[in-house]
Design a protein around this ligand. Sequence first.
Ligand code: HEC
Length: 145
Amino acid sequence: MRIGFHFVAAAILLLTACGDDRREERLRAAGPNPSLDALLQVADADAGARKFGVCAGCHKASKGAPDFGGPNLYGVFGQPMGQHSGRFGYTAALVEAGGRWDAPTLDAWIANPRKLVPGTNMQFAGIGDPLDRADIIAFLKRQSD
Ligand code: HEC
């Protein structure tokens, strides 16, 4: 089973390298059944930048970047929903939702956009992992003036 062993060892090394965001350590620090606030205390914007990869097919999040399938998200943190990009054609559902992109709203949106705003056309199933969402929120918060 030499080949098998080497294969498994290589796979474990690869997983460790990809998942090196101090996840377990951060979750321990956040405590059992952590609230969103507790997760945001341990959130990591750099890890969030990597996890933003699942959004990047539709969104940029850098200053002056254009809209793609979705609006540029630079500076969206704290802004009213559906108004941040003057050029983007938002759905009426999002514009009329009337909320603001604070951390709890972003958390609910990233978990399940269509549950937060029925009628949105953001075609995204959602991210189930609360720490992954907190990391992405920390990244979006950082991407602003
Ligand atoms: C398949 C394309 C697609 C993907 C993937 C996607 N989005 Fe979107 N996103 C959209 C579209 C389209 C809208 C506009 C929705 C509307 O008008 O109802 C939007 C809107 C948003 C808004 C509201 C912006 C504003 O100006 O009000 C936020 C915040 C957002 N997306 C975050 C994310 C994040 C974070 C991810 C990844 C976890 C993500 N999106 C993944 C297409 C996408």
